[in-house]
Unconditional design. Sequence first.
Length: 338
Amino acid sequence: MKIFRTFEFTGVESLFVDEVSNPGPLARGQVRVAMRAASVNYRDLLAVTGQLGKFPEGLIPCSDGAGEIIEMAPDVGSLDARVKLGDKVALTYNPHWIGGPWRPELGAKARGGPLPGTMQREMVVHHSELVKLPSHLSFVEGACLPVAAVTAWHALCGSAALLPGTTVLVQGGGGVATFVVQLAKLFGARVIAMSSTDERCRRLKKLGADGVINYSLHTNWQEEVKRLTGGVGVDLTVELGGAKTLDKALASTRLGGRLALVGLITGWPNQTESLFSSSVDITPIRVGSRDDFEALNRALEFHRVVPVIDSTFAFDELPKALEYLKTGRQFGKIAIEF
């Protein structure tokens, strides 16, 4: 079967298509999934450039994937009533994080680095890491959920209930940002969204954002956030930018508010005075657990929410999809259809 792989970790150009045997016979508790789709995340760029580590055995990239269960070990039916033969499923980002808060012993055991990723035609996995997809979503749509959608869900409601009238700030127009807008509106929150062009701001407004800010025009965008909130600041900021945006994000958040620290696009934040003087509760977000994923799916199913997909590439076009991701021009998710 076809897989994508890298041994050199020098970037997108180090990826190549390899031919390997299909995964072997199933052990106890395992299922075989015919992979139908994947999607790409900024983390995948970090992985192929070696920023998540260099693995001597190489790496099959991508954390996100969806497919169909085509074989189950005999014991799975009695162990797990959640899944059955023929189900449309997605893989969880961290197979070992079933529920509860993140714990250090879970480590960085994630698909797409160090664990094998989803860019392979078949995968044999333990039944516990599968999540059944909402019935109204296609494989391509379902493949957009494991990292971006679960991250957005966890950022919004992982630490505290998201109540109607809560004001939420989110940056950008990528996968996490568009999911934040869609999901926050389900709770009756007021959303302020920022992006780099008027066109992207219009699209965020159409998606449901109550207020939008073009941060290319408003370089001190924290002042515009304060203006839109009557000088108070937002209740919750979903921070996606990293080092270059964290201080402004903190300044945009009200005293006693919460900042969900998600993104590292501009690098790792340094410890600055504002971290300690802001009186903001800062919560690092490590995607989420299987329980988070299943709660998200119940909400998506009930409200018939469909992910925003910018573009879809073929399996062999993974390098092209990652190069497009590097430009930062996408609105929503970039998907791979097998």
